[in-house]
Design a protein around this ligand. Structure first.
Ligand code: G6P
Length: 371
């Protein structure tokens, strides 16, 4: 069994460290040197793709969070209105679906019953269904019009890691491809984003090379009963995913919030010494970065211990960080690929220190095939 885990204690930890390779495989053959997308596997004709007037992304758990990130990217690049919904909520609200609706079903296993039932509903309503899936020949891609496989390789640990990062990559590729086919005004920038994506294996590797500092953090927070995660924009789903990982693996109460929502409730939870992870967007033209810094100041003024994930070159934020986790400089929309990794490492290490079975957390299944 140790050999199967490649010398790691858990499949999960092995899978976290496989992420640079998994991302490279997810990108392989899907763009050319010039940054043109080549997604022939999307067997929906260009004319049909040009007619799409709404996208609905569905998934459960971690896959749903990949969808939340995708919404920011796909809407920005394509200008197609995009909704994200939990698969099990989707069909019961009688969603408005037409031939021009693209339903994107994200599922690592391809067997999640809630997601499968949702796509069956979409197919019946004549919407087009595209699956983003890691498991060749599984049920969800078989019942979809098209599939983008994530090529992460088998994921054994119940909590999704490389499955999630490669779902993000597939969503980015889909968004860029739609922009390319439809010729949006963003068109000139596609090649630049593709170049940034190609850097992601190296960027993720940089974070993995510094895993020890995250492990030291886990050591320090071993006795913690509650942890909060804040983010905004594409960093908001990262906060949700960081909290989910802690719940799943360490059985610790953890919540992710959009930082702007703090003042509308969650700030009441802040007390002396409460660990709060803060995902800081890259410095840029918008005000996201500065607004996130104000949020950090708000919680810190109330006694929170801030663990700040920010660009390593961000000198402004250091003053408000009790602990600083440096991230490589990447575009805002792609930041979830790098920002999620320290949170995976933290949850894996903390659960290990507490003594839990990281690969088989209590009450959870790798793939939930009942509704
Ligand atoms: C289960 C797993 C989660 C996973 C979710 C969706 O709840 O424990 O880690 O995110 O199912 O799985 P899927 O295979 O559809 O991505």
């Amino acid at each position: 069994a140790a050999a199967e885990k490649g010398g790691f204690d858990w499949f999960m930890r092995k899978e976290i460290f496989e992420q640079p390779r998994a991302i490279a495989d997810a990108l392989l053959g899907r763009h050319d040197e010039a940054g043109q997308l080549q997604l022939d596997e999307v067997r929906i004709s260009d004319d049909e793709l040009r007619d799409i007037d709404k996208i609905i992304i569905i998934g459960c758990g971690t896959a749903h969070y990949a969808g939340l990130v995708a919404k920011y990217a796909i809407e920005h690049w394509t200008r197609i209105p995009c909704e994200v919904e939990l698969a099990h909520e989707f069909r019961y609200r009688d969603p408005i679906l037409t031939r021009n609706t693209l339903v994107v079903a994200i599922s690592q296993s391809g067997e999640t019953a809630d997601t499968l039932m949702a796509i069956r509903h979409a197919v019946k309503q004549r919407a087009r269904v595209l699956a983003i899936c890691n498991t060749n020949g599984s049920t969800i891609p078989r019942e979809s019009d098209a599939v983008i496989y994530t090529h992460a390789g088998p994921e054994i640990g119940v909590a999704s890691t490389k499955g999630f990062l490669t779902q993000l990559i597939a969503c980015y590729l889909l968004g860029l491809y739609l922009a390319q086919v439809r010729g949006t005004k963003f068109g000139d920038e596609i090649a630049g984003v593709v170049r940034e994506l190609a850097q992601m294996p190296a960027n993720v590797q940089t974070i993995l090379d510094d895993a020890e500092s995250v492990y030291a953090l886990a050591q320090r927070f071993q006795g913690t009963r509650s942890v909060l995660f804040l983010g905004r924009h594409a960093g908001y789903p990262v906060a949700l995913e960081g909290a989910l990982k802690l719940k799943e693996l360490a059985y610790i109460h953890a919540e992710g919030f959009a930082a702007g929502e703090l003042k509308h409730g969650p700030i009441a939870l802040i007390e002396e010494g409460l660990p709060v992870f803060c995902v800081v967007p890259p410095r840029g033209r918008d005000q996201l970065h500065d607004k996130m810094i104000s949020a950090i100041q708000e919680v810190r003024a109330r006694g929170a211990l801030t663990i700040v994930l920010a660009e390593a070159s961000d000198t402004e934020v250091a003053a408000y960080a009790d602990v600083l986790i440096g991230l490589p400089t990447v575009p805002t929309l792609l930041q979830p690929v790098v920002a999620t990794v320290p949170l995976q490492l933290f949850a894996c290490e903390l659960a290990t220190l507490i003594g839990h079975d990281v690969d088989q957390p209590r009450n959870l299944a790798k793939s939930v095939t009942v509704e």
